[in-house]
Design a protein around this ligand. Structure first.
Ligand SMILES: Nc1ncnc2c1ncn2[C@@H]1O[C@H](COP(=O)(O)OP(=O)(O)OP(=O)(O)O)[C@@H](O)[C@H]1O
Ligand SMILES: [Mg+2]
Length: 98
């Protein structure tokens, strides 16, 4: 995601968020960021991904989101069955942030 790695992202760290994300990142644990709409959650994560030089993948959940979007799905190309990774498997195998 090119916008996700925009070097010019500004984030005002009013809540020590970078320090907390950094700790979690170094320990390899997941982070849940909760807050009202438009309060900078996505901006924070984009900036953090930039700081640690990681690609950032994202997925929006809707009623039409299926397990296969995350895990992957089989496709048939020229009579050959191939497995195409979903966003979760892709980002895990690349060592990206999701
Ligand atoms: N702490 C902050 N520092 C800099 N910009 C901020 C901050 N908080 C919000 N913004 C700005 O507010 C706008 C909305 O922020 P963002 O999209 O990151 O919010 P969000 O919490 O991810 O919202 P949503 O819940 O809708 O996904 C962006 O333009 C962002 O730059
Ligand atoms: Mg957001």
């Amino acid at each position: 995601m090119s916008a996700a790695n925009d070097a010019n992202i500004e984030y005002i760290d009013w809540n020590n968020a970078f320090e907390i994300l950094d700790k979690a990142f170094k320990l390899g644990i997941f982070v849940l960021i909760i807050g009202p709409k438009g309060t900078g959650k996505t901006t924070l994560v984009r900036k953090f991904a930039k700081q640690v030089s990681k690609e950032l993948s994202s997925v929006n959940f809707s009623l039409r989101t299926r397990e296969s979007h995350l895990i992957g799905t089989n496709t048939i190309d020229n009579g050959q069955i191939n497995f195409v990774n979903g966003v979760l498997v892709h980002s895990m195998t690349q060592g990206d942030l999701l």
